[in-house]
Design a protein around this ligand. Structure first.
Ligand code: PLP
Length: 464
């Protein structure tokens, strides 16, 4: 019986003679196609030898062509896809965090498709430094004396600790030993940076005197970490950066703050919980400030380090900087995003992350009604409604903050909600929605203008 199965496995040569496979040879080199087929057939042979589920094996053999063609298809199409975000989570960590506007993209397109002055000083006609490209504008916006951009905020923290506290102690409150998603854990990051962690205080309460008592001749830095993804409430106390700065000055110790999200705009103007701005943090006199480029700033993945010339200068010279440096894609888009902040009203309008965070409920309601109408126009019996919902900022920023929003909700009858959800995710342009009980919620906060048509079409197709 097994012999029979082995015999049924086709020859590679005869397979690639078939029209469907030949079509692929125009798009993918023959040796790659043959490699894929061989690997699959070998796997099948070893399955035959090890498995006794003859029915399943027979089915696999019947489907060989289709399985391999599907595999070729998925190899040929891009793995990183555009996705429609109907979750309402603006800085969605799994969906690429911040989105660049088309306007920014057009601005950087010219730079990225041509040679640039990335490391060329045009006024002197000699080698320049890539670090100068965004430093000026960042300093202007934050009030810092100097700035350095690296791969991400995790890298920024590691580089700062490695430069300022390697082989020395770094004092942190026990209330701030945070873990960010993707296993960024402050204690481990400190070890990576070569600093020895000295924990002070307790989970819920840390006092200035705890820091005072922990200072020794081996102290490198006092580190404050913004607890961006959780909140200790109730009987709790933490030490303000301003008090740490004062202590640092008295005892000649560097004070560093990892802001995490790092907002440039005071969002409390828009009835969103107050979060210290980067500018305020610098103004308090914190020696080194780090934050992400793609959270509330709304730019590309990057880590921004602020400080005085001497400290940032030491970081620029650190060999690690070379390994953590950013490329021209990042610099071009970061510069473009930062320049928007020169006029705050422009930043609020033209940086998608900010625009979506401050988008008023009535505007989102309008978006929901538009999509609702598009669905109903084609399919009057569709069981859909518009309804209020709550969206989140995401990215570990302002964890408690729920924003009033509006959604189009699908009430499936024939099929159930999780099946629709699955179908949405398998689309050419996948749609990521929220499931609530047995309905599918499309939060319109994070939906873009060019998403409507696609959503309406797919919803009607699936509901049919
Ligand atoms: C998000 C975050 C980080 C990590 O930033 P990445 O840019 O993702 O590397 C570090 N610290 C805090 C407090 C954060 O919120």
């Amino acid at each position: 019986m097994k012999k029979e199965l082995y015999r049924k496995i086709p020859k590679v040569d005869s397979m690639i003679e078939k029209k469907e496979f030949k079509d692929y040879l125009k798009k993918i080199d023959q040796k790659i196609v043959v490699g894929i087929i061989r690997k699959y057939l070998d796997g099948l042979r070893s399955e035959i030898s090890s498995s006794d589920d003859l029915k399943k094996l027979e089915k696999s053999i019947e489907n060989i062509d289709k399985t391999i063609l599907d595999r070729l298809d998925s190899i040929y199409s891009s793995n990183l896809k555009r996705v429609i975000n109907c979750t309402g989570v603006v800085v969605h960590t799994n969906l690429g965090r911040s989105v660049l506007s088309e306007d920014i993209f057009n601005e950087i397109k010219d730079i990225l498709t041509h040679y640039t002055n990335l490391e060329y000083d045009l006024s002197k006609g000699e080698r320049g430094s890539r670090y100068n490209i965004v430093e000026d504008v960042i300093c202007l916006l934050t009030g810092a004396e100097a700035a350095l951009v690296v791969n991400n905020n995790a890298a920024a923290v590691i580089l700062a600790l490695n430069t300022l506290s390697s082989g020395k102690e770094a004092i942190v409150s026990r209330g701030e030993l945070v873990e960010i998603g993707g296993s960024f854990r402050i204690p481990e990051v400190m070890r990576m940076g070569g600093a020895e962690l000295v924990e002070v205080g307790t989970t819920n309460r840390t006092h200035l005197v705890d820091f005072e008592n922990a200072i020794s001749e081996n102290t490198g830095v006092i580190l404050k970490v913004h607890t961006s993804n959780y909140k200790v409430i109730g009987f709790s106390k933490n030490v303000d950066s301003a008090d740490l700065v004062k202590l640092g000055k008295e005892r000649d110790i560097i004070v560093m703050e990892d802001l995490g999200s790092g907002t440039m705009v005071d969002l409390s103007k828009f009835n969103i919980a107050y979060e210290p701005t980067v500018h305020e943090c610098v103004k308090k006199g914190v020696d080194v400030v780090t934050f992400s480029g793609d959270k509330l700033l709304g730019g590309p993945q990057a880590g921004i380090i602020l400080g005085n010339k001497e400290l940032v200068g030491r970081m620029k010279k650190n060999q690690l900087t070379r390994a953590l440096r950013v490329d021209k894609f990042t610099l071009a888009s970061l510069e473009s995003v930062c320049r928007k902040y020169l006029l705050e009203s422009k930043a609020l309008k033209e940086i998608p992350t900010l625009r979506m965070i401050i988008q008023p409920e009535e505007e989102i309601k309008f978006k929901a009604e538009k999509l609702y109408k598009m669905i109903k126009d084609k399919n009057p019996s569709a069981n859909v409604k518009t309804e209020k919902c709550k969206s989140k900022i995401g990215g570990g920023s302002l964890p408690e903050e729920l924003l009033d929003s509006y959604a189009v909700a699908l009430y499936p009858d024939k099929t159930n909600a999780s099946r629709i959800d699955r179908e949405f995710r398998s689309l050419e342009i996948p749609i990521v929605a929220r499931i609530n009980e047995d309905r599918v919620i499309l939060d319109m906060r994070t939906v873009f203008d060019d998403d409507y048509e696609i959503i309406a079409e797919e919803v009607n197709r699936i509901l049919e």
